[in-house]
Each structure stands twice: as C-alpha cells, then as structure tokens.
Design a protein. Structure first.
Length: 210
C-alpha cells in the first residue's frame, strides 16, 4: 500500500525534477522512490510500470492548452505562436522531446487537438488539411528539439560549433558550412528553427483557403 499522503501528482512532479537532474536514462523507479523517501511498492500503487509513469509525465508537460487565435490573429500567426510555445515546452525539461516522443499523450491532448482542428475548419480549412498542417508543424518542432537536446548532451560543456572559437576551427575544411552558420545560425539555432517553420507554413499557405 502507498505511503499515506503520497499523491499521484506528487510522484509526477518529483519524476520531472529527477528528469531534469538525471535525464531520461537516469530516471528509474528505484531512484524516484529514494527521492520521495518511500519503498518501490509505494510508486507501483500509482503506476503499474515505468512506461505508465512516463505517459503521465508527458501529459503533465502537454497539459496547458495551446489556445486558439487571439483577436485579429490569422491562422499563420497563430500556428507560428503555437510552434514556438510547443518548442519552449519541450525545452523546459531535460530530454523533454524524448519524453513526449515516447509517451502516450492521452485523451486530454486529443480533446485540445480536436478544438484546434475546429478552429482551422472554422477558418476554411478542410479537416484533412487542418490535420496535416498541425501535425506537420508539431512533428517538425518535436524533431527539431530532439536534435537540439541531443546536440546539447553530446556537447556538454564544450563550445558549440556556432561559437566563435569553435567555428573558426572548421573554416578551412568546411568553408561553406561555416559561412552558412555565420550568416544564418547553427542548425539547432533559433534562426534555423524559424526558417524551417516558415518553409512549412509557406507550404500550408499554398493550399490554404483564401
């Protein structure tokens, strides 16, 4: 039986804190139990296994509704804002993108998605075009942050290739790549994310209602 007073949301919050400290690989039921000062069976009272815990953690990250367009905001501006907010959510926790990619979003996220589709169809999109527009942007954002966070893990405390001293070391062998980074930002930079997002939105606009 679970320790008296140990609530399910307490376990999830502690798990997210442990995720930030140890990463997804370091998150275990044993370490989480030790953090909470309980025995392992106390956690299994709330979650049958680690995957069920990861699912709940993912739902906690996605619990905040992205919201619809603000007054006077067009679909393009809204989807741009939505993408940036989603990226911030993923970057808000270590391995946040991996957690979302491996988790089950659950019915709450599905309901929010349905409302977003309702918004786009109200703006003239067909359900199929609205569905593909949102998922394309969401998948792009998730994949971008997966690479972004993986690069951070690989790099650790070393300089980024986009940093001045590190970038100069590549100039002789990869002059075009270095020039691209200097003028347009590193592949995992804010500038690169914005550029890729614009390309996707241009594609959506090409088949969007007038």
């Amino acid at each position: 039986m679970a320790q008296k007073g140990l609530a399910r949301d307490t376990v999830v919050r502690a798990a997210l804190e442990l995720l930030d400290e140890a990463g997804l690989e370091g998150l275990s039921m044993r370490r989480l139990a030790a953090r909470l000062g309980v025995q392992n069976p106390a956690l299994y009272w709330h979650f049958r296994n680690k995957q069920e815990l990861l699912d709940e953690m993912a739902r906690e990250l996605l619990a905040h509704d992205m919201g619809g367009p603000a007054e006077g905001e067009g679909w393009r501006e809204w989807l741009t804002r939505r993408a940036h907010r989603y990226r911030r959510t993923l970057l808000g926790h270590r391995d946040g993108a991996r957690l979302i990619a491996a988790g089950d979003p659950g019915p709450g996220v599905a309901r929010s998605f349905e409302e977003e589709l309702r918004t786009l169809t109200g703006l003239g999109f067909t359900p199929a075009r609205g569905l593909h527009a949102i998922t394309a942007i969401s998948h792009y954002t998730l994949g971008f942050v997966l690479n972004e966070q993986a690069a951070l893990d690989r790099r650790g405390r070393r300089d980024s290739p986009g940093d001045g001293p590190a970038l100069a070391a590549y100039a002789a062998d990869y002059p075009l790549t270095v020039e691209g980074v200097r003028t347009g930002g590193a592949p995992t930079s804010d500038e690169a994310f914005e550029h890729g997002l614009r390309l996707i939105l241009d594609g959506v606009a090409a088949s969007a209602p007038a």
